[in-house]
Structures are given as structure tokens and as C-alpha cells.
Design a protein around this ligand. Structure first.
Ligand code: ZN
Length: 430
């Protein structure tokens, strides 16, 4: 005995009291209860539309599916309470009992809006460019249809999007007609050839003489196209010789508009602009940023060159041990300098110049970035292995890093750790 599908008779029916015909399963997650009812308001999954959810006797449904005309309502035993007070409720479902079913209407209506939006968009693509929808995906964030025409342009899509919205605003009737066999059904202006021979339901949006869509479908649809509300194409993509169209319809399109409006409002506040001059103001700001970055680059290079010159001058003067403000030179082996404005990468560039200038220089350069809590070690002569020094010792003060014999870096979690490591270097290589 097949299940009477109340949603086919009245798609707006939100609850019903019906009789249990059969009970399968034990209610565990592995073997949930499957209730068969004499009639149901719950649409099982089909035609790309997800199944309805809701409650039976206030117990939430986890799935609804159909096999050979029988609709199965999937439920688990459920738990309420927390920790030690958790109580397991095992509903005693019995054949012949009357049960009250309540549909999650918000979910269903959203599915109807999205699904009907897909009908209208597919129907108008077919009418305007002969493209047939070969694949439909209803995701949680957006929907896609694959139109079997290659290279649909943005302009074409925008024109079709407007026509689809005009069909929505025209509030066209959405009719569903049922046919016993295909002969009568095939007299309608179908978008796609029929693939079934009996129990055929044909959905038509608008007048059958010039429909916004006309196709076989088993899903649920609103009574008029106006209830779709809004449809928006998001993007187009080439897909296996077809065009994949990403779009939203109904409540999700409205929510998307609201989110995007919020983003736009925030950007307008940030750039002191309105919707009309926002892009100009962003472009101007980008140009200013680019100029500032170039200036920064030049200034940094001047500072780096100055740092190299200072160190080389210090080398000249270092035959005698010298100490001057901000410089600690302990020649000939060790040169330590500390910078608050250079990043570790800047210091690497400085040591690269230094070690290239004088290959015979036997000193160990120790350059410190207090900004990054990083120490850079560099040596040009190869008499010391910088990578090994870091590898063997940085970890003592929670440092991480490494490098080659000529250059290595050690990053520390705190300034104190860094200081300890530098003190160690001073003592070991002075
Ligand atoms: Zn449909």
C-alpha cells in the first residue's frame, strides 16, 4: 500500500493526524525507527529538492525518504537532560496508533522558493537561448544549474535574470498536473523529454501557451511564482562544455542582499563614500597605498645602506676595541647590533651585503630585530657554522630556527629569552 501524499493535494498543509501502518527499526543511531503512515505531509527527497523535516508526536524527524511509493519517516530514540540526569526516551510506536505530524514549514517554504526559482531560471534559459538544464544542485549556500550551451555571456545572463524576475513579479500561477501515461503529457510544451512512462506530474509556471517553465517534476512548488520573491545570478563558469550558473532565490537571496548591504555600508563608512563613488574612492586609496609602499621601500633601503655603512666603518675602526653609542663592537670576532625598526628579513638582506663585501672577514655578525624577537647570525669566511650554532643552542631558550653555515636565524618567544641567547653568544665567541 502506497502512502497518500498530502503535499500533492495541498502543498500548504502544515500538519496532519494520521495512522501508523508499519514500524521498522529499533530507534538506535545505527537502526533508527522507520514509520510508515497511511498519509503524510512530509515530502521525501526528490528532483534535487531535499526532504522535509518536522516532528511526529513532537519527536524530531531525521530523514524522510520514499521507496516504491511508500514514504518512510526516520526517527531515533532521543535523550533529554544532561550528564547523569540524562533520560532515554524510547517512544513505543505501535501499528494502528494515531500520531500527530507537524511540518518544519520555514524549511519547506524556503525549499519551495528555491526549487521554483530554479524552474523559472531554467525555463527562461531554454526559451531565450535553447539551453537545457542538464544538472541541478541545491547546496546550503547557493544553487547551480548546468545549461548545455557553451560561453553564455554576462550580458545574456543579466538579461535572462531580469526576465526571470519579471516572471516572478508577474505572480504567474504554478500548476501541477498528473498524467497516467506520457501520451497526454507530451502534448505540453515540455522543456525536457519525459523519462518515465506513468504517474507523471508536470509543473507549469504561467500559461501553457507561453510558459516560464513546463517540465516533469515531483517536487513541491508554491501556488504562484510571486512567492519566489527574488532571484539573483551570482556567477557563470565553463563546465564540461556547458555553462554552470550559480544563483540564489527566495529568502536566501534576500539574506544575501542584506549581508552585502551591510558590507557595503561598512565600506562606505570606512571610505567616506556612497554606493556611487565607493569604487573610485577605493581606487584612489589603493594608489595612495602603492605610493606609500614605494616610499617606504626607498626609505628602508636608505636605512639598510646606512646600517651596512655603519658596520663597515665600525670594522675600519675596530682594530682597537671601540664602543660608541648604540654600538657594541668586540673585534675581531663578534659584531652585535640591535634594531627596533628592522624586520628579520631586512636584517638577512643587510648580512647578505656585509658578507659579500668582504669574503675574508672572519667576524660573526649578530644582528637583532627587537621587533620580531629574532637574532640573525652571519659569517662570510665560513670559519663558523651559523646554522649549527642556532640548532645546538637556540632551543635552550625556547628559540626556533636554523639556516646554513653562512647565515641562520633564531626566533624567540620573549625578549628575555633572546637576551639570554645573545649573552651566551657573547661569552662563547667573544
Ligand atoms: Zn519542481
Amino acid at each position: 500500500m502506497t502512502t497518500r501524499k498530502l503535499f500533492q493535494e495541498d502543498v500548504y498543509k502544515k500538519e496532519c493526524t494520521c495512522t501508523i501502518i508499519d514500524v521498522l527499526g529499533t530507534g538506535t543511531p545505527e537502526d533508527p525507527f522507520l514509520l510508515v503512515l497511511d498519509e503524510t505531509v512530509f515530502f521525501p527527497e526528490g528532483g534535487g529538492q531535499p526532504c522535509d523535516l518536522g516532528t511526529i508526536e513532537n519527536i524530531p524527524l531525521i530523514d524522510v525518504f520514499e521507496k516504491e511509493g511508500v514514504v518512510y519517516h526516520c526517527l531515533q530514540s532521543f535523550q533529554i537532560g544532561v550528564t547523569t540526569d540524562t533520560i532515554l526516551h524510547t517512544k513505543d510506536w505501535k501499528t494502528g496508533d494515531k500520531v500527530h505530524c507537524r511540518l518544519d514549514w520555514e524549511r519547506r517554504f524556503e525549499h519551495m522558493q528555491r526549487h521554483c526559482g530554479e524552474h523559472i531560471l531554467s525555463g527562461i534559459f531554454f526559451r531565450e537561448c535553447g539551453g537545457v538544464n542538464r544538472g541541478f544542485h541545491m547546496g546550503s549556500d547557493y544553487m547551480t544549474i548546468d545549461i548545455d550551451v557553451q560561453g553564455i555571456t554576462r550580458e545574456d545572463a543579466q538579461r535572462i535574470e531580469l526576465l526571470a524576475n519579471e516572471a516572478i513579479w508577474a505572480d504567474l500561477p504554478v500548476s501541477v498536473r498528473y498524467f497516467e501515461d506520457r501520451q497526454e503529457a507530451e502534448k505540453l510544451p515540455l522543456r525536457k523529454a519525459l523519462v518515465i512512462d506513468e504517474d507523471i506530474s508536470i509543473v507549469c509556471v504561467g500559461d501553457e501557451s507561453n510558459p516560464a517553465d513546463c517540465v516533469a517534476c515531483c517536487g513541491t512548488h508554491p501556488g504562484t511564482s510571486g512567492q519566489v520573491g527574488l532571484l539573483k545570478i551570482l556567477k557563470l563558469e565553463n563546465y564540461k562544455g556547458m555553462t554552470r550558473v550559480y544563483f540564489k532565490a527566495g529568502r536566501e537571496a534576500f539574506e544575501d542582499y542584506r549581508n552585502k548591504h551591510d558590507i557595503l555600508t561598512e565600506l562606505n563608512l570606512k571610505y567616506s563614500s556612497d554606493d556611487n563613488d565607493l569604487t573610485d574612492k577605493i581606487r584612489t586609496q589603493d594608489e595612495k597605498n602603492k605610493e606609500a609602499r614605494q616610499e617606504l621601500y626607498l626609505m628602508k633601503n636608505i636605512l639598510k645602506n646606512k646600517a651596512v655603512a655603519d658596520i663597515l666603518n665600525a670594522y675600519e675602526a675596530s682594530m682597537a676595541v671601540t664602543e660608541s653609542e648604540g654600538i657594541s663592537v668586540t673585534e675581531p670576532m663578534l659584531l652585535i647590533r640591535e634594531y627596533s625598526y628592522f624586520h628579520a628579513d631586512d636584517l638577512i638582506a643587510i648580512t647578505k651585503t656585509l658578507t659579500e663585501v668582504n669574503k675574508k672577514d672572519t667576524r660573526l655578525f649578530v644582528l637583532i630585530s627587537t621587533r620580531d624577537n629574532t637574532v640573525i647570525l652571519a659569517s662570510s669566511s665560513g670559519s663558523l657554522d651559523c646554522g649549527k650554532i642556532v640548532k645546538d643552542n637556540a632551543k635552550v631558550w625556547r628559540g626556533k630556527g636554523g639556516g646554513s653555515a653562512g647565515s641562520a636565524r633564531a626566533l624567540f618567544p620573549s625578549r628575555d629569552d633572546l637576551e639570554c641567547f645573545v649573552t651566551f653568544i657573547k661569552q662563547a665567541y667573544c
